[in-house]
Design a protein around this ligand. Sequence first.
Ligand SMILES: Nc1nc2c(ncn2[C@@H]2O[C@H](COP(=O)(O)OP(=O)(O)O)[C@@H](O)[C@H]2O)c(=O)[nH]1
Ligand SMILES: [Mg+2]
Length: 359
Amino acid sequence: MAAARFRTVFDVSGLARPNWFPGHMARGMREIARNLQHIDYVIEVHDARVPVSGRNPLLQALQKPSTLLLNKMDLGDPAVNKIAKARLHEINPRHNVVLTSATLRLERALTLVVDHILANVPAERADKDGEGIHAMIVGMPNVGKSSTINALRRLLTGEGARAKVGPIPGITRAVMQPLHISRDPKIMLIDTPGIMAPHIPNVEVGLKLAAVGTFIDHQVGEALIADYILFSLNLRRKFDYVKRYNMDQPCDDINVFLSALAQHSGLVLKGGLLNTTLAAARFIKDYREGALGRLTLDDAIVEGGLPAIVAAQTAQASSPKASEQARLPPLDEENWNPVDAFDRLRAEEKRLRGFKRRR
Ligand SMILES: Nc1nc2c(ncn2[C@@H]2O[C@H](COP(=O)(O)OP(=O)(O)O)[C@@H](O)[C@H]2O)c(=O)[nH]1
Ligand SMILES: [Mg+2]
């Protein structure tokens, strides 16, 4: 009976896919590509609440030894976290997948990341210039790349935070100078700006990414993001919000919900109008901070939906040109095409390898 009160699908009719690929991302991607030849190891960070949605095929195609961190595991559903990790590893056994929380600084997980780096970088690379191993951290905006660097550095060197961190996407805007995260053995880690996939496959993936804070909220719309979070909580019967906001019962109508929340929080404009935009912002913040319970948005993986999604993503990653080119949205003001840049980079690397062999 109660089930009938909740939506089972989110109505996306009339909504456009969010698209955010500003100049600093295009430049960041180009700098990542340029730095790659000096890099021994790549750490890809992704948000554990969307273990598959939104992973950037361009970053997956970097073709360096790598570890995938599902960060913010403290915010993801614990059961789904475990399944997601196991399934991602099952689908690509060469992929090291580690669940982490940069804010909780989980020592075992962070140590595992370092073990993966040490085990996968050949000794002659590690010693090549006396500067140790060069690793690079990549991923979408706001997934915790800079926080992970700080957590690793604190754990391995005891030194304080150096990478700039913050709750809105786009704080790290350029490829940064390498930071020592370990002195013996020497490991340097380079922070990079968050890079969105240039193509978001559909509106719902866009909304999931918006919910976890990948986009600038007002570009997507606070009320819409709040509605998607409300829908997702209700769909999974996670009703912590009812008690938190002192409501009588769960609610699945975003307008009614935001009005009730604005009233509860005293968010009233001059003249008595309720400030539902601020109410939406508060609700979004509470979700992102875990105050409404731990909720993974990609939990279709539990029902076995993951292999298809990952297979599609892997196909894109192995052939970014063929699958992405036709659908690339307009890029930044410089009209730079990251896919082309990668193809050029690969061709250049191949040429250099051939050159070395011939000598
Ligand atoms: N709950 C939680 N928050 C995190 C975690 N890692 C990062 N954050 C928060 O997420 C936001 C973005 O972190 P930041 O390191 O700047 O992400 P970046 O854009 O990928 O470099 C900040 O508000 C961090 O405090 C985590 O593991 N758990
Ligand atoms: Mg950052």
